[in-house]
Design a binder for this molecule. Structure first.
Ligand code: NDP
Ligand code: NHF
Length: 356
């Protein structure tokens, strides 16, 4: 890296504060400003010595890029405003509130000739990359099963936008799962969903049971809930989020014609001898490799800086990937409400997750 990338962070809420921390920590970034409309938060951050401002117009002129960490419905206006100032954008996930909004963001980035990256940071973990490389070892993918359940603390839902369409475990959490599947093996093409709000009683779901079809005919199932406590989630195993307690449990299982893989441990069950892999023969279990713990938010921002410096990158989430993840996430919400399977391409452009 020649000179650190002058970057501002827009929105200093729960994930914005993590982006601020890693931007300060990284030698590849110079934090030019933190844009935050909330006066009390601004005063608190100013006392910590951070360069806070209350609008994009006050961001120093030398700024070349931004992280947008505002509520999902704001991703469109903030992205358009950033691109119009000539800044490259790393926008938090899910990409946008609707497919129409995501399309408008992609078109604006293309017209401006500026990079637009979506913050599906899980791709930056070494075991996500290793899983992408390891999956061919199990032959043709036949099926997968995911179990993601954490009990969010009740005050999490005191923030109004988190109780509305655009939030909930589908938009907030399943979007990561779908992008991760896309990164490792492929985005599903069709979903059938049952959704429930029986535990929290909000307009958005708290639990969902899902069935997916993939392009090669493989099938998958997923349980997603932010109302049920469990040790099974990406966050628990990766211990990537300081707010979420760790565990050492796998939460995804893949089966193929030649064996099976668990994630994120990358434990492999494969042929124990020559010849056909079939049910009379025991499978040999191989433990996955060891990976040092990293902060994926830091890894993501470093990759973003390197990309703007001309590096090639096949890990960061490009707009087309973020769009595909959003499309399947919204398809899941639509299926849950219409009680019918929904295919890619069937989600109305203005659908935000709740039928009106
Ligand atoms: N990658 C990840 O691991 C995570 C990603 N996310 C995603 O990040 C986004 C933010 O989520 P989260 O941090 O939980 O949200 P929060 O509500 O905690 O924080 C959002 C912050 O943005 C501020 N804000 C609102 N509008 C603007 C604006 N126009 N310009 C500048 N600041 C603004 C809010 O201020 P005020 O309170 O005054 O409105 C608030 O401080 C969402 O898209 C979410 O899905 C969230 C958590 C983890
Ligand atoms: O993006 C996210 C949304 O919130 C989760 C916690 O509730 C995070 O763990 C996740 O990465």
């Amino acid at each position: 890296m020649k000179t650190p990338l002058p970057l501002c962070v827009i929105g200093a809420g729960s994930i914005g504060r993590r982006h601020i921390e890693v931007a300060i920590d990284s030698p590849n970034i110079t934090l030019t400003a933190v844009v935050e409309p909330h006066a009390e938060t601004r005063a608190k951050l100013a006392r910590q010595g951070l360069p806070v401002v209350d609008s994009l117009d006050e961001v120093p002129k030398e700024t070349r890029a931004c992280v947008i960490a505002t509520p999902t419905p704001d991703h469109l206006p903030s992205t358009l405003a950033a691109l119009s100032r000539g800044w490259a954008v790393l926008v938090e996930k899910p990409f946008a509130e609707s497919l129409d909004n995501a399309r408008a963001m992609m078109q604006a980035a293309e017209a401006a000739g500026l990079p637009l990256i979506v913050g599906h940071h899980r791709r930056c973990h070494p075991y996500a990359m290793a899983m992408r490389d390891a999956l061919p070892a199990i032959g043709q993918l036949v099926g997968l099963q995911g179990f993601w359940s954490v009990r969010k603390h009740d005050t999490y839902y005191d923030v109004p936008w988190r109780r509305l369409p655009g939030a909930g475990p589908l938009a907030s959490n399943l979007s990561h799962e779908i992008d991760l599947l896309g990164f490792m093996t492929g985005i599903p093409t069709e979903v059938t969903a049952l959704t429930s709000s029986a535990t929290r009683g909000l307009v958005i779901e708290d639990t969902a049971a899902l069935a997916f079809r993939f392009e090669n005919g493989a099938l998958g199932s997923f349980l997603m809930s932010d109302a049920g406590a469990s040790p099974w989630s990406f966050e628990a195993t990766s211990a990537e989020n300081p707010e979420i307690a760790g565990s050492d449990q796998d939460y995804l299982r893949f089966t193929g014609t030649l064996g099976a893989l668990a994630f994120p441990s990358l434990t492999l069950w494969g042929a124990s001898g020559p010849g056909e892999v079939e049910w009379s023969k025991p499978l040999a279990q191989t433990p996955g490799p060891h990976f040092d713990k990293i902060d994926p938010i830091r890894a993501q921002i470093d990759r973003f800086a390197a990309l703007l410096d001309g590096a090639t990158d096949d890990v960061l989430c490009r707009p087309e990937n973020g769009f595909a993840a959003l499309e399947m996430t919204l398809a899941t919400a639509l299926s849950g409400q219409t009680h019918r399977p929904v295919k890619r391409g069937e989600v109305p452009g203005d659908f935000t997750g709740v039928l009106t």
